[in-house]
Design a protein around this ligand. Sequence first.
Ligand code: ACO
Length: 372
Amino acid sequence: MPATKGLEGVVAATSAISSIVNSVLRYKGYNIDDLANYATFEEVVYLLWNDKLPNKEELAAFKKELASEYAIPNELIEQIKSYPLKNVHPMAILRTAVSALGLFDSEADDMSDEANKRKALRLQAKVPTIVAAFTRLRDGKEVVAPRQDLGVAANFLYMLFDREPNEVEVKAFDKALILHADHEFNASTFTARVAVGTLSDIYSGITAAICALKGPLHGGANERVMKMLSEIGSVDNVEAYINDKLEKKEKIMGFGHRVYKTGDPRAKHLKEMSRQLTQITGEPKWYEMSEKIEELVSSKKGLLPNVDFYSASVYHSLGIPHDIFTPVFAVSRVSGWLAHILEQYSDNRLIRPRAEYVGPEAREYVKLEDRN
Ligand code: ACO
């Protein structure tokens, strides 16, 4: 059977978590547009891990449980301090820290459903704390302890900036978290499923997913979008910059998608958030430049922005350091990874495809002493 490069179009398994049909993204049947407009991130996480949206009592209990797990072990904080924080990419720190987190969980290798659900809750609660902690340590600041009275979005911004975020910031960040939460069999999610499909533990699955998210063709694109915007500097420079890139056949980060060919349904929400936030911060140029890039790349290449394009100016407007944009993606996507890991465990079969061999024909072995 001939191979399909990059597994394009291959349906690798069944899943009941998210669907992409005619460029409409749904989590458990709910249109992402409705969730982005009306839900909160915690509601979405509950939905991804259960078959329904929570009622008020269920949501309150879930938020409480999650918040009770925000704190990370002091030993982990001490360990993070020993990493060469200034010389490595934050995604490499996150990869190592999440793997290390598993060392402090006495249930790490307990494969019962109950233990896996408890570990899922811990990972969802602690990944934001890890990201905020290493960012502050890297910047020579003290770690800020989480606040259990705040939701995931507000608490993350609070731990990162050591100040309580305002309502606009929390709402915008919460929406960004909802939009990044899950996306069918994207590269990092599929990686997580392959890892746990061997019946390896949940920490291994999440660590593997972080490894895949790090790459510039996947989650790493959002940081590179901001780098591009910073290099361009002003709307007047956009045309020359983009033409030059296209002439050199270089990729424009934040454009194109393996599945969406008529537009990523998440991008319009992030675009509007970018427009609003850049006005509030008094830096509309980031939105204006992004819009101009969109116009040029779509007219010249027929490529449309993906989730990473406008999320760059959104995160920048929230004051988030550019090099942690991809770890921030993980703060949200860990919810989807965990949903997929639990789904994989619930009906597991080892994921082991075949390769189409294109190497040399069968050859006769020649002993070393007889070889030329
Ligand atoms: N800029 C310029 N040209 C592009 C871009 C881009 N961003 N994306 C695709 N193309 C071109 C390719 O060069 C190729 O052209 P060719 O046929 O003349 O060689 C054609 O469009 C098809 O592109 P592929 O890379 O083969 O498409 P594929 O489905 O393999 O890749 C991907 C999808 C990786 C997202 C690609 O569009 C890309 O590299 N985009 C930039 C990185 C990015 O934004 N990644 C984030 C994706 S969303 C996410 O993971 C969260």
